[in-house]
Design a binder for this molecule. Structure first.
Ligand SMILES: Cc1cc2nc3c(=O)[nH]c(=O)nc-3n(C[C@H](O)[C@H](O)[C@H](O)COP(=O)(O)OP(=O)(O)OC[C@H]3O[C@@H](n4cnc5c(N)ncnc54)[C@H](O)[C@@H]3O)c2cc1C
Length: 424
């Protein structure tokens, strides 16, 4: 039996854009918005039917801390804009200390919030459409058309069938580095624990909403498959570590989790609860990333990078500050490809630091502006002059470098123990 088939087909042309963003998670949405605000024609291609990726259909409706844990906001810019958008038309859980912006007095309370995933998703659609971004939903980017190391187009598949579209620059925000991998950019495979959280309502949670008028209480949680956190504690010995980049492996993860969820459900009284939703994308944290020109390491805490595109903070440990080097988004020799979000180049825990929602938005904003500047300047994305990018990021509200005054005295040693902070 043949192990492959060869076929020739005529593939129709769809459209040309200045910039195509593959993947409409928070990183892709930020990239598309930033590029559109730079005056570019932008196409955003999303394989599901709403924006937000893990932050919405993946049930991760929580902005991790945007501050250093001492009352200083570290991450702002488009991440702040998206945080505010996520709660503008629904509930929030912003601590009172942060309700009116950075507090006047130091506080240990961190700047975080939960949000309604579905309201955030449609608010993002509204923002992007009104900013001139063209969105193609329910469309998967299948493959790339390469000429040596230059991307000439993307093959896409949707209800119209297969077609191809072209652009001057391409942003891979698929979270899985799908485009980069297929383009031959060096990538690194990750591994994933057994995690699958549903949203559920109980009679009690509904009562609490009625009593308080606050829908943040509607989700009582508790309807789960695997419950393993990012550190992998208690990963069942009989469950594999998932790659998330292989069809059979992804289906095994989904089936095992759904069956486990069902087993747990059957043990509860039928009238005690209902499922509000189950994840519509796998809750994989680290699937595949670019092997970037720079790879961020956990020990890079408190290190300044000349090519930083934004200061960020550790979601787990207060005080720890990092910067996102531009080199974590590109690979030399590939002039019109850049990534953002979950597939930025970070090693070990540094990958976790880069992939969570606020930093993913920072790298998305940077990738969108970089793509626009690369077109205007004629420089490849891998050779981009960083000064204009950093100025544009600053203009967009970001700090490029953290303030050294925030480094705690005598606390610059490498990582200490991590608190066990849940499902991040
Ligand atoms: C279990 C879990 C808990 C987490 N907890 C937190 C938390 O509490 N707080 C926090 O800040 N972060 C948390 N994170 C991390 C955070 O949610 C994600 O890393 C972040 O949202 C990533 O955003 P992204 O846009 O880079 O990628 P994604 O959200 O993965 O978005 C990628 C998008 O691309 C689309 N796509 C993929 N392939 C294709 C293709 N070939 N063609 C077209 N479209 C495609 C997908 O449908 C998706 O919409 C958690 C992650 C997990 C898995």
């Amino acid at each position: 039996m043949e192990t492959f088939i060869t076929r020739t087909e005529k593939i129709p042309f769809y459209q040309h854009y200045d910039i195509i963003v593959a993947g409409g998670g928070v990183a892709g949405a930020a990239a598309a918005l930033a590029a559109a605000r730079e005056g570019k024609q932008v196409l955003l291609i999303e394989k599901t039917c709403i924006l937000g990726g893990l932050a919405t259909i993946g049930h991760v409706n929580f902005f991790v801390p945007m501050c250093n844990g001492r009352g200083k906001q570290i991450i702002s810019g488009m991440a702040e804009e998206f945080l505010q958008l996520s709660v503008r038309y629904g509930y929030d859980t912003i601590p009172k200390e942060w309700k009116n912006g950075e507090p006047a007095e130091p506080t240990n309370v961190r700047y975080v919030t939960r949000f309604s995933p579905w309201i955030f998703a449609i608010a993002m659609t509204d923002l992007l459409i009104s900013s001139g971004v063209k969105i193609l939903f329910d469309t998967i980017v299948e493959d790339v058309i390469m000429d040596e190391q230059v991307c000439k187009g993307l093959l896409i598949l949707n209800k119209s069938g297969r077609s191809y579209c072209t652009a001057s620059a391409y942003i891979d925000a698929t979270g899985d580095a799908d485009i980069l991998y297929r383009a031959g950019v060096p990538t690194v495979q990750g591994k994933n624990y057994f995690t699958y959280y549903g949203f559920a309502a109980t009679v009690d949670s509904c009562r609490k909403v009625a009593e308080t008028g606050n829908f943040a209480f509607l989700n009582a949680g508790g309807v789960n498959g695997g419950c393993i956190n990012l550190y992998g504690h208690n990963q069942p010995a009989d469950v594999p570590l998932y790659k998330g980049t292989d069809g059979d492996d992804v289906s095994d993860y989904l089936i095992r989790n759904q069956l486990l969820m069902f087993e747990k459900l059957k043990k509860e009284p039928e009238k005690s609860r209902d499922i509000l939703s189950i994840p519509s994308m796998p809750q994989f944290r680290t699937t595949r990333r670019i092997d970037g020109d720079v790879t961020l390491k956990e020990s890079d805490a408190y290190r300044h990078f000349e090519d930083s595109v934004g200061a960020i903070c550790d979601f787990d440990r207060r005080d720890y500050l990092y910067e996102i080097p531009y080199g974590t988004l590109v690979h030399e020799g590939f002039p019109n490809l850049i990534t953002a979000g979950r597939s930025a180049s970070g090693e070990g825990y540094a990958w976790d630091i880069l992939r969570v929602i606020p930093p993913a938005i920072v790298s998305g904003q940077a990738a969108g502006i970089a793509a626009a500047q690369s077109i205007d300047s004629g420089s490849g994305l891998d050779k981009l002059s960083l000064e204009p990018l950093q100025r544009a990021m600053e203009k967009g509200g970001n700090r490029i470098h953290f303030d050294d005054a925030l480094i705690p005295a005598g606390n610059t040693e490498a990582a200490d123990t991590h608190a066990d902070i849940g499902h991040i």
